[in-house]
Write a protein that binds this ligand. Structure first.
Ligand code: NAD
Length: 255
């Protein structure tokens, strides 16, 4: 077991990639603090793991609230006494063209689509990293893995999402520089299309076009991203910091 006794906070753990990561980390011996807005999803995760106990605790919280992120870290320390790993995974999308002109009228990607995406994906990652860094600095060790996306390189209909994920890459590189002297490694996973609730609603025609652009000709399974999280927080990755690992079936090769 590669994470025996390690304490891991995972945000967005009620669904998709976060859920798969929580299950994998628990199976690898970690104590998991699973955080999400979605209380029902967290309850299902606990049911599936077959225990309310040692390996997993859950907290309903909102990553955009500083108060909630501090509460998340406080409760983790109360329950487990230390904090070794933060997986900053919670994320949302609100896709639209930046501007669409229909019948002479401009329709803008508006504040209700821009603000929450930037708040959850970028500010939420920053707030969680700040809160987690304090016990990690005191311990002199820690791993933080942020979540970007291939969309950070640009994607039609995702100006908000792409900007948030490109921001996450800058955040990763900066925090890696600031916190290396405390023994904290900060890296970033940039998944390509992954089979989760986030991609479930993609219309067939767009899905087919998407698969055409992926050399491996399929979407990732959430467990394949969880495996990369595991690698990046394991001893095998002890000399890696400030990096972005694209896990995309080759989609960005040659881009
Ligand atoms: P998902 O929708 O299955 O899971 C996201 C989880 O985040 C949900 O459980 C949701 O409740 C939670 N969440 C949303 N807002 C939150 C908030 N304010 N506070 C706490 N929790 C919140 O999505 P997923 O596909 O598993 O995505 C996980 C991460 O991977 C996201 O950051 C996403 O942007 C990124 N990503 C996904 C894909 C993909 O194709 N699925 C591709 C690239 C990157």
């Amino acid at each position: 077991m590669r994470l025996e006794g390690k304490v891991a906070v995972i945000t967005g753990a009620a669904s998709g990639i976060g859920r798969a990561t929580a299950m994998r980390f628990a199976a690898e011996g970690a104590h998991v603090m699973a955080a999400d807005l979605d209380d029902d999803g967290l309850a299902k995760l606990v049911d599936e793991l077959g225990t309310t106990s040692k390996e997993i605790s859950v907290l309903q919280m909102d990553v955009t609230s500083r108060e909630d992120t501090l509460r998340l870290v406080d409760q983790t320390l109360e329950r487990f006494d230390r904090l070794d790993i933060l997986i900053n995974n919670a994320g949302i999308n609100r896709d639209a063209l930046a501007v669409k002109i229909k019948d002479e009228t401009p329709h803008y990607l508006d504040d209700s689509q821009w603000d929450p995406v930037l708040a959850v994906n970028l500010k939420g990652s920053f707030l969680c990293a700040q809160a987690a860094s304090v016990p990690m600095i005191r311990q002199g060790s820690g791993h933080i893995v942020n979540t970007a996306s291939v969309a950070a390189l640009g994607n039609i209909g995702q100006a908000n999402y792409s900007a948030s994920k490109a921001g996450v890459i800058g955040l990763t590189r900066t925090l890696a520089l600031e916190w290396a002297r405390f023994g904290i490694k900060v890296n970033c996973v940039a998944p390509g299309a992954t089979r989760t609730q986030m991609t479930a609603g993609i219309p067939d025609k767009i899905r087919d076009a998407l698969l055409e652009k992926i050399p491996l000709r399929r979407m990732a399974e959430p467990e394949e991203i969880a495996a990369v999280h595991l690698f990046l927080v394991s001893n095998e990755a002890s000399y890696i910091t400030g990096q972005v690992l694209f896990v995309d079936g080759g989609a960005t090769v040659g881009v």
